[in-house]
Design a protein around this ligand. Structure first.
Ligand SMILES: *Cc1c(COP(=O)(O)O)cnc(C)c1O
Length: 397
């Protein structure tokens, strides 16, 4: 077997060749090793592998060659030393948080989190004796005030779902470093191309690969990336024994997704910027939040911290829930779905779907109003999407 090793490739090159493990057949496309286990030439060979004295795979819950390629390719892109791929984004988030906290520890997290992430922090972790505090992530002073002697972890998502709030990662990382806590960043909305949390000082990065990394609505997946020491000391045993492993089939699909990630994200971002500009001038729209526009509330942080805008747009339709529903129902090309990052443009009404479990008060605190709509821009032609939106807004009005 031969491995493609790092040669200071730029992202587009690393995403096509990085981490490739080529078998003796010299296949062009990455091989799919759809196997649970591996055989040994002798009992001695098995013993040596279990002792860690000989290299090689043991069992696909621990590691698998196709999954290994996906992990290595993601490490090259992210500039991380090591990674573990998981069956879903939530498996990545919960493994990253639970492997590094114990009863009596304290976690500080931004309150604007993906629904399931917020449940893990707010409901699950306290059940195991881990105290949590939720703060307004954009308020740097609030992070400082929340620190206690037992604070071990910081957790945030930026841009946030669905209101695309942007948090100053470097400033939060500095507070984490001061109190000896690790900062975990959920970088899904930014994608590994638009924002580099490790370069900004974060210690651990997590992704739902279900989103832009697959990008074509097929497989669930996730990944946790960090330095080798943290993976070895905190994640390694937790991962092996709790089993959130990614299937080789899904890893193969995600590897193929990575090849086209830069093309897709670039095009989807360009189209989203055009659609956002159009919405901002529309009389039926009360407000548009789009990272990349000068009127974004954290435009200055975005300029420092992100390399590009977003494939997502958040906007408020005038007329509240009835208008938002009429708008969604009148769309033709853009489909109603809670998913995002897909080649197909998808629209969702957060208050009644992804964020329905929050109280009305908590939703308003996050800026999720009855008229708020989240749009994930796909690979369709920008003019067709704008026509679809205009027609639907006209019918809703
Ligand atoms: C989708 C998503 C997750 C969860 O990922 P799954 O693959 O659905 O488990 C976590 N965080 C963010 C920001 C997401 O968008």
């Amino acid at each position: 077997m031969t491995t493609e090793t790092k040669r200071n490739w730029k992202p587009a090159t690393a995403l096509v060749h990085g981490g490739t493990l080529r078998s003796a057949f010299g296949e062009t496309s990455e091989a799919m090793y759809l196997t649970q286990g591996f055989v040994y030439d002798s009992a001695e060979a098995a013993e040596a592998r279990f002792k860690g004295e000989a290299p090689g795979f043991i069992y696909s819950r621990y590691a698998n060659p196709t999954v290994d390629m996906f992990e290595k390719r993601m490490c090259e892109l992210e500039g991380a030393e090591d990674a573990r791929a998981t069956a879903s984004g939530m498996a990545a988030v919960s493994a990253a948080l639970l492997c590094s906290a114990k009863a009596g520890d304290h976690v500080v997290a931004a309150r604007a989190l993906f629904g399931s992430c917020r449940w893990v922090v707010e409901t699950l972790m306290p059940k195991y004796g881990i105290e949590t505090t939720l703060v307004d992530g954009t308020d740097i002073e609030a992070w400082k005030q929340a620190v206690r002697p037992n604070t071990r972890l910081f957790f945030l998502e930026s841009p946030t779902n669905p209101t695309l709030e942007v948090i100053d990662i470097a400033a939060v990382a500095a507070i984490a470093n001061e109190c000896g806590a690790k900062l975990v960043v959920d970088n899904v909305f930014a994608t590994p191309l638009q924002q580099k949390p490790l370069e900004l000082g974060a210690h651990i990065v997590v992704y739902s690969a279900t989103k832009h990394i697959d990008g074509q609505g097929r497989c669930l997946g996730g990944i946790v990336l960090s330095d080798k020491k943290w993976i070895d000391e905190k994640l390694h045993d937790f991962f092996r024994h709790t089993g959130p492993s990614l299937s080789p089939f899904n890893a193969w699909t995600l590897l193929k997704g990575l090849e086209t990630l830069p093309l897709r994200v670039r095009q989807q971002t360009e189209t989203a910027a055009r659609v956002a500009g159009h919405l901002a001038c529309h009389s039926s729209i009360a407000r548009v939040i789009y990272p990349g526009r000068n009127d974004h509330p954290q435009a200055d942080i975005i300029a420092r911290q992100m390399k590009g805008g977003s494939t997502l747009i958040c906007f408020e339709v005038k007329g509240g829930k009835p208008a938002a529903f009429s708008f969604e129902n009148a769309l033709d090309i853009i489909r109603i779905s809670n998913n995002l990052g897909d080649a197909k443009s998808l629209v969702t009404h957060p208050a009644t779907t992804t964020h329905k479990n929050l109280s009305e008060e908590a939703r308003l605190e996050l800026g999720i109003n009855p008229g708020t709509v989240r749009l994930s821009v796909g690979l369709e032609d920008a003019d067709d999407l704008i026509d679809d939106i205009d027609r639907a807004l006209a019918r809703a009005a």
